[in-house]
Ligand binder design. Structure first.
Ligand SMILES: [Zn+2]
Length: 301
């Protein structure tokens, strides 16, 4: 922000703010001119947690190793900062589905037996009809409920590096089968929660939106960049495998842009979490990075 100063001779100068508070000689008339002192800039919010988080740009580089999703987090200069892992459990989840089917079968056999006993006991047709309905409906519910109980949650861990010795951040999936709301708790290495991040599935059919809550109130709202592109992505691009979704991260209070999560097609497997619109770090970078990982792993590209 330039400093404006007017000399007694009428000359007007717009000076760089490094001259704030200085006494300069006017090049036109030679008089001494006192440059006004600028108010100090607002302080940058100190970033808690690991020093790796105290920055504006994070690059997420997906690493294709095995079934789990893994990312290297790099700084703007490409230097490695952190390592992220989100395990996948395909085998355990197949087992969970079999467990669900077994639960449904047990339920079916139990109620089919009850139905036969009711017929022998000569119960009326309405009661037996309801029993038959529950034999089928309840069995279907039992399949879902048992599978849901057995599904393995997919937590995310942020490590110092790929040796995975030091944990820097934990992102915990809050419930197993997240039917209406998918929610995650972000915590430091000590387990103290610092943010909740969630999305509502129905709301997300048309345009994806994630919410962030901190200990002191709302942190951010992240939304797909354009409603028209959102529709196009679902209808056309998704089939072509071009499901790259960019998100804009805004302040929930005044809607001002805090950053962007960019999954541009130009940078293969490399996503940019750009928080330069928020130089004072109003948004906790730990919550922002957690959002970035969730947007990529939890969105079913
Ligand atoms: Zn002058």
């Amino acid at each position: 922000m330039p400093v404006r100063v007017i000399c007694a001779c009428g000359a007007v100068y717009n000076l760089k703010d490094q001259y704030s508070g200085a006494r300069l000689g006017c090049p036109l008339c030679g008089r001494a001119v006192d440059v006004p002192t600028l108010p100090p800039p607002p302080p940058v919010r100190p970033q808690d947690g690991d020093p790796a988080f105290a920055r504006e740009t994070f690059l997420l580089h997906e690493r294709h190793l095995g079934v789990s999703e893994k990312y290297s987090v790099l700084g703007k200069d490409g230097a490695p900062l952190l390592f992220v892992e989100r395990p996948n459990h395909p085998f355990l989840n197949v087992l969970a589905i079999f467990g669900g089917l077994a639960g449904g079968l047990l339920h079916f056999m139990a109620f089919a037996g009850l139905g036969m006993a009711a017929k022998q006991a000569g119960l009326d047709a309405v009661t037996r009809g309801l029993l038959l309905l529950w034999t089928f409906g309840g069995s279907a519910l039992a399949v879902v409920a048992v599978a849901q109980l057995l599904f393995k949650k997919r937590h995310i861990t942020v490590y110092r590096d790929d040796s995975r010795e030091e944990t820097v951040l934990k992102i915990t999936q809050d419930s197993r089968l997240q039917l209406s709301t998918a929610s995650y708790t972000v915590a430091g290495p000590d387990g103290e929660p610092l943010a909740f991040i969630f999305k509502k599935r129905l709301r997300n059919i048309l345009r994806k939106r994630w919410y962030g809550l901190g200990p002191d109130g709302p942190l951010f709202v992240a939304e797909e960049d354009s409603p028209i592109l959102s529709l196009l992505r679902r209808m056309v691009l998704g089939f072509l495998g071009l499901m790259h979704t960019d998100f804009v991260i805004r302040s929930p209070e005044d809607g001002r842009v805090l950053g962007e999560f960019n999954r541009g097609m130009t940078l293969r497997d490399r996503y940019v979490l750009d928080l330069t619109p928020d130089p004072l770090r109003a948004l906790d970078r730990r919550a922002a990075l957690a959002l970035g990982v969730l947007l990529d792993t939890g969105e079913g590209r």
